[in-house]
Design a protein around this ligand. Structure first.
Ligand SMILES: [Zn+2]
Length: 74
């Protein structure tokens, strides 16, 4: 099975792997609720596409709604 991780925000391909030994159980897809599955997982003809956030976008997003940023300057 081929698995492709794509950033949910910028749509960049973060990581792609093809391995016949990969199963849905192995990457934890069987643990998702149907709603989560619908949101995060897309079954394409050539691969299973998982939406996650890349480092840049998650840093950007967490940077914007961080309520009290600890200051390093004293
Ligand atoms: Zn991104």
């Amino acid at each position: 099975m081929r698995v492709r991780y794509v950033c949910d925000s910028c749509r960049d391909v973060i990581y792609e792997v093809e391995d016949p030994s990969i199963t849905e159980e192995k990457i934890g897809l069987d643990l998702l609720t149907p709603e989560e599955r619908q949101y995060f997982v897309e079954n394409q003809t050539d691969a299973v596409v998982l939406s996650i956030l890349c480092d840049e976008c998650s840093a950007l997003l967490s940077g914007t709604d961080w309520p009290e940023k600890p200051s390093l300057l004293h």
